[in-house]
Design a protein around this ligand. Structure first.
Ligand SMILES: [Zn+2]
Ligand SMILES: [Zn+2]
Length: 271
């Protein structure tokens, strides 16, 4: 299949390992058609450089610059797009817009990694009871994000369940959130936004892309048209991996293509 990996982290993400150049060389070796570098911008932390995420006001513009430079260097061999993963984008609109104005960006992922005043879902301790509260708050905040007009694709829907499942060894029941999830999908459809199939889930305890087939099918039934695929790679091994899994889900759900974004315009890639 043609691989356009629209969710890749470079060393300008606190947890990324590779330079844009290393990622691009590896992508060429793997026969990948395009990568979009989407480094972390955890919006609520932008006002300070004193967090584990590093100084994103410095790093994000450097990431934009590195993507542009790699795009020139690898022209004809690999398409390289400039992106960003905006975590908690509604937490500080002013700083978010300031960062977005720092480069000519092709693609914005909207993410929710943490709730107000809590740490990333990765760090939380789960119990049978608190998962319900966390999930309720997660989907409700994601509903607000789905109304924001500044992104292109909604990243890794159901993100918290990879950590909940790992700790409790039991998949949380998502049925109670069916209605709010459908409302999120209706907003994406109405605003012509994409839903990401994040195959990073295949490397987690969940061992499957996120969201799963049932949710991708519901997105389709809601009138969803645009899908993006992302490895969420933080190193070269993960780059472009497991894309067949995303393809299987998309085809089974009734999609005949997925998309890559160039200057915020969706370009179809046949499945
Ligand atoms: Zn993320
Ligand atoms: Zn990511």
């Amino acid at each position: 299949m043609i691989i356009c990996d629209s969710h890749v982290h470079s060393k300008f993400s606190f947890d990324g390992e590779c330079s844009a150049e290393m990622l691009c060389s590896c992508a060429v070796e793997k026969g990948i058609s395009s990568i979009t570098i989407t480094d972390h911008c955890e919006v609520e932390c932008l006002h300070t450089s004193e967090t584990e995420y590093g100084d994103m006001r410095k790093n994000i513009p450097l990431s934009f610059e590195a993507s542009k430079q790699a795009a020139g260097e690898f022209a004809g061999k690999l398409d390289v797009y400039t992106g960003v993963e905006m975590g908690q984008p509604l937490s500080n609109p002013e700083l978010r817009e300031e960062i977005l104005s720092k480069g000519q960006i092709d693609f914005v992922l909207a993410s929710l990694h943490s709730l107000d005043e809590t740490e990333d879902f990765y760090y939380l301790k789960y119990t049978e009871d608190n998962v319900k509260t966390y999930l309720e708050r997660y989907f409700s905040q994601l509903l607000d994000i789905s109304l924001w007009d500044g992104f292109d694709s909604l990243a890794h829907l159901t993100y918290p369940i990879r950590y909940m499942y790992a700790q409790l060894e039991k998949m949380p029941d998502l049925k109670p959130y069916g209605e709010v999830i459908d409302e999120i999908f209706r907003n994406l459809v109405k605003n012509k936004k994409a839903l990401e199939i994040n195959v990073g889930g295949c490397r987690s305890a969940v061992k499957a892309p996120q969201p799963d087939f049932d949710l991708v099918k519901r997105f389709r039934q809601a009138g969803g048209k645009y899908l993006t695929f992302g490895s969420d790679a933080h190193n070269t091994q993960a780059l472009g991996a497991y894309f067949e899994k995303a393809r299987e889900i998309a085809v089974k759900a009734g999609f005949d293509c997925y998309y890559v974004y160039k200057n915020h315009q969706p370009v179809p890639i046949m499945l």
